[in-house]
Design a protein around this ligand. Structure first.
Ligand SMILES: Cc1cc2nc3c(=O)[nH]c(=O)nc-3n(C[C@H](O)[C@H](O)[C@H](O)COP(=O)(O)OP(=O)(O)OC[C@H]3O[C@@H](n4cnc5c(N)ncnc54)[C@H](O)[C@@H]3O)c2cc1C
Length: 389
C-alpha cells in the first residue's frame, strides 16, 4: 500500500468518530478522519452535556448501559479533570409526583450499587431547612429533595480534546472534508472525499461510519450498498436562559407529560432540556421548535416561579433510535454497532449511543475491526491517556 493508505478511515468528527480515531491511533494503526463541517458540529455539540449513568434508564431496566456509563464517568473524571467535573443533582419530589419518594429512593439505591458504592455514588435527602438554598425552587407541596452526584462536561471541547489526542498518536484529520463515496475491494475500500474544490482519494483497510444522523446517507455512498438499519430520528431541544443556576442540576418531571427535564448551570446561564419530538425534516436544519421552547420554559417556570430570565438561545440535536412504535423513551438507548459482515468486518456503522460511553464504544469498534487489520504495536490504552481542554 502507498503512503496515502490507512488502516482505518473514520467518517464523522463527532464524539464517536474522534473516539474511534483516538482508539485506533493509540493501538498503533494508521488513521484518517474526515469531517464535513467542523468537529462536534452535529449532535456532539447539542447534547445535555451530562457525563452520567442515566438514572432514568433504570426505569427501562437498562442496567448494563447504566453500569458501563458509570464506569466510563469515573474514567473520564480521572483522565479529563479539566473537561469533566462532578456536579450535585437534586430530585425534588412533590405531593402529586408521578414517581413517589420510595421509587426515587429505590432507583438511587440501585444507581449507587451499579456505581460501585463508592463515596461519590451515595445519595441523601436535603434537610428541609436548606430547601430555600435551591435557586428559588418552588417549595409548595414539596415532600423531599434527593441529592446525588453525576458529572457535566462541555461536549464540544471534549470532542476537540479527543481528536487532538488522536492526532498526537499520529491520526490525520481532514476538516472540512466531505466523504463522497467508497468502493469495496478485496482488501478494503477506495475512498473519495471533497476538500474545498479538491477531490482526494485514499485506500482504507477498514471504514468506520460515525456520521450520526447522516449514517444512512453515508451508507448510500458505498458500493456495493451495505445493509442499512432502520432507525428513527428523535429531536431533543434545549433552551439557554439568562440568570445562573448556582446550586447544581435539577431533575424535574415536566408538568405536561411527566418526562424528565433537566435544569442545569451552563456558562453562567441556565440550560433546560430536553424534548423528544419525532424528526423527518432536513438534517442540515435542526432547530428547536416554538412548541418545544414553550414546553421547556413552562417546565422551568413551574418549578422556579421567580425565574424570569430571558431566552438567550436554543438548540436541538437528533437521537438515532432503532425504528419502532411507541414513545422514544421506551426504546433502546444502547449504541448499535452494525458490521457489514460479521465474519470479517471491514465496515462498522455506529448508530445512537451516549457521549459518556464514547471510549468504550470506540474500543468495541476496534475489537470488531481487528481481524481485518495488520498487527501493530499498541502505544497506550485510552483509559490512561489524559485529555485537556
Ligand atoms: C438532545 C440530546 C441530548 C443528549 N444528551 C446526552 C448527555 O447528556 N449525555 C450523553 O452521554 N449523551 C447524550 N446524548 C447522546 C450523544 O450526544 C450522542 O450519542 C453523540 O453526540 C452522537 O455522536 P456521533 O459522533 O455519533 O454523531 P454526531 O455528533 O452527529 O457526529 C456526526 C458527524 O458526522 C459528520 N458527517 C456527516 N456526514 C458526513 C460526510 N459525508 N463526510 C464527513 N463528515 C460527515 C457531521 O458533520 C457530524 O460532525 C444526547 C443526544 C441528544 C440528541
Amino acid at each position: 500500500m502507498s503512503a496515502t493508505d490507512y488502516d482505518v478511515v473514520v467518517i464523522g468528527g463527532g464524539i464517536h468518530g474522534v473516539g474511534v480515531a483516538q482508539a485506533a491511533a493509540a493501538s498503533g494503526y494508521t488513521v484518517l478522519l474526515l469531517e464535513r463541517t467542523a468537529l462536534a458540529s452535529g449532535t456532539s455539540s447539542r447534547s445535555s452535556k451530562l457525563i452520567h449513568g442515566g438514572l432514568r434508564y433504570l426505569e427501562t431496566a437498562r442496567f448494563g448501559l447504566v453500569r458501563e456509563s458509570l464506569r466510563e464517568r469515573e474514567i473520564l473524571l480521572r483522565i479529563a479533570p479539566g473537561l469533566v467535573h462532578r456536579v450535585t443533582f437534586h430530585i425534588p419530589v412533590y405531593a402529586n409526583a408521578r414517581r413517589p419518594p420510595w421509587m426515587i429512593r429505590a432507583g438511587l439505591s440501585l444507581y449507587a450499587v451499579l456505581g460501585g458504592l463508592s463515596r461519590h455514588a451515595r445519595f441523601d435527602t436535603l434537610p428541609r431547612a436548606r430547601w430555600d438554598d435551591l435557586d428559588g425552587l418552588d417549595t409548595r407541596g414539596l415532600r423531599a429533595v434527593f441529592r446525588y452526584e453525576d458529572a457535566q462536561t462541555d461536549d464540544t471541547l471534549l470532542t476537540q480534546a479527543v481528536m487532538r489526542s488522536a492526532q498526537l498518536f499520529g491520526a490525520d484529520l481532514r476538516c472540512p472534508a466531505n466523504f463522497l463515496s467508497a468502493r469495496r475491494r478485496d482488501d478494503g475500500f477506495v475512498v473519495h472525499s471533497l476538500e474545498g474544490k479538491d477531490e482526494h482519494t485514499c485506500r482504507a483497510r477498514t471504514l468506520v461510519n460515525a456520521a450520526g444522523p447522516w449514517a444512512g446517507t453515508v451508507l448510500e455512498r458505498i458500493t456495493p450498498r451495505p445493509a442499512v438499519l432502520p432507525v428513527d430520528l428523535v429531536q431533543g431541544a434545549h433552551v439557554i436562559v439568562d440568570n445562573e443556576t448556582r446550586h447544581g442540576i435539577y431533575y424535574l418531571e415536566a408538568p405536561q407529560d411527566g418526562r424528565a427535564v433537566f435544569v442545569m448551570p451552563w456558562q453562567e446561564h441556565t440550560l433546560v432540556g430536553t424534548t423528544e419530538t419525532r424528526f423527518d425534516g432536513d438534517l442540515s436544519a435542526v432547530n428547536a421548535r416554538p412548541e418545544e421552547i414553550a414546553y421547556l420554559q413552562e417546565t422551568l417556570w413551574r418549578y422556579f416561579p421567580g425565574h424570569r430570565g430571558s431566552l438567550l438561545d436554543s438548540f436541538a440535536g437528533l437521537r438515532v433510535l432503532p425504528h419502532g412504535s411507541g414513545p422514544a423513551f421506551r426504546r433502546s438507548r444502547e449504541t448499535i454497532l452494525h458490521p457489514d459482515n460479521p465474519d470479517r468486518v471491514r465496515l462498522v456503522t455506529v448508530y445512537g449511543g451516549k457521549l459518556t460511553a464514547y471510549r468504550s464504544t470506540a474500543a468495541k469498534v476496534m475489537r470488531m475491526l481487528k481481524r481485518s487489520l495488520p498487527a501493530r504495536v499498541a502505544r497506550a490504552a485510552t483509559s490512561e491517556i489524559g485529555l485537556s481542554p
